[in-house]
Design a binder for this molecule. Structure first.
Ligand code: NAD
Length: 352
């Protein structure tokens, strides 16, 4: 099995690459532009493996993508490269449109050109997994869950760009027959997560005794999935998902943001005691514009049809995650020097 993973130096991409190279023994070509979010240190455990290769390239670069396909001759592509942070998309959406929309379009065209010339048996076996987010569905009220047939209703520039890319992927399947499967996943957390997102930012600020910003009243609900469970789900969907279908991925672990932050404080107080409870560092700050109230995934289709199950619940996953950050300062310290948690995504800071 030869798999191209795009965005494999990012948070979820690196978990997927580690899984495919180390657990599955697949030949993997990681195609990543190494933006601020890409980090080769997340791939130390695979760097010297003979079944792993890295190509620094932009997915919008058609020539580079064509060469990657011709040289590596993949059976499968798992497309994760994206701009992924909602707050950054509010401050400046251009990179999100460029990578998430134009980049996905470029990959679809390059994959189509390559796939159309394959011998029949290889053509049948080829898969393009387009990896996306549950944020394309917009916001839920108090009740209900996102299902695969929930209408798209994105709120942020990020989720709108991902929704666009999902539509392109589905159209390329219906129009050209390119064997595409789409996955839409809830919020991930775990090791190697860039410290601009809620969970790693909270862990590292709390460890440093710095304030813990919580947007609004902290009542927004997210459905948390441990990143290694997501990597296993993506592997399963690419392997056995039906062409043209969407699979929602989620761990049935809904939590209000304030509960997440309090839980991290409790775990840290136990694993790395400080002079005073970390909860005292919580500070409620101006809410994110267009902040979706609640996300929650119905993963029944993935569970029943493909037999995937999340192995971690929120309590076990957050315990592992906090412990990982305590043990792996070598990984996050250089990132904290580059990005120390400055607030992004407030409208007064936005540019056209
Ligand atoms: P991330 O921001 O951690 O990593 C993105 C990676 O893509 C980085 O390594 C970056 O260098 C690379 N990249 C960005 N632009 C590129 C370009 N133009 N060409 C090549 N590489 C480029 O993102 P993540 O959190 O790992 O998310 C991965 C994918 O999963 C994204 O498509 C995202 O929309 C989706 N997703 C994320 C979550 C989540 O909770 N983080 C949930 C559901 C779905």
């Amino acid at each position: 099995m030869r798999v191209i993973v795009t965005g494999g130096a990012g948070f979820i991409g690196s978990a997927l690459v580690r899984h495919l190279v180390l657990e599955r023994g697949y030949d993997v070509l990681n195609v990543d532009a190494l933006t601020y979010a890409g980090n080769r240190a997340s791939l130390n455990s695979v760097e010297d493996k003979p079944n792993y290769r890295f190509l620094q390239a932009n997915i919008c670069d058609r020539g580079a993508m064509e060469k990657a396909f011709q040289d590596f001759r993949p059976n499968r592509i798992m497309h994760l490269a994206a701009e992924s942070h909602v707050d950054r998309s509010i401050t400046g959406a251009a990179d999100f449109i460029e990578t998430n929309v134009i980049g996905t379009f470029t990959l679809l065209e390059v994959a189509r050109g390559y796939w159309s010339k394959l011998p029949d048996a290889e053509k049948d076996a080829f898969r393009f997994l387009h990896v996306s987010t549950d944020e394309v569905y917009g916001s839920l009220g108090e009740d209900g869950l996102f299902r695969e047939d929930t209408p798209y209703d994105p709120s942020s520039p990020y989720s709108a760009s991902k929704a666009s890319s999902d539509h392109l992927a589905k159209a390329w399947q219906r129009t050209y027959g390119l064997p595409i499967v789409v996955s839409n996943c809830s919020n991930n957390y775990g090791p190697f997560h860039f410290p601009e997102k809620l969970i790693p930012l909270t862990i590292l600020n709390a460890l440093a005794g710095e304030r813990l910003p919580v947007y609004g009243k902290g009542n927004n609900v997210r459905d948390w999935l441990y990143v290694e469970d997501h990597a296993r789900a993506l592997d399963t969907i690419a392997e056995r998902g039906r062409i043209g279908e969407t699979y929602n991925v989620g761990g049935r672990n809904e939590r209000r943001n304030i509960e997440v932050v309090r839980r991290i404080c409790e775990v840290l107080d136990r694993l790395a005691p400080a002079n005073r409870p970390r909860e005292e560092l919580i500070e409620f700050v101006t809410d994110r514009p267009g902040h979706d109230a609640r996300y929650a995934i119905d993963a029944t289709k993935l569970e029943d049809e493909l037999g995937w199950r999340a192995q971690e619940d929120f309590d076990s996953g957050i315990e592992k995650t906090v412990a990982w950050y305590l043990d792996n300062e070598w990984w996050w310290q250089p990132l904290r020097e580059r990005y120390a948690g400055q607030r992004l995504g407030l409208l007064k800071a936005a540019r056209a």
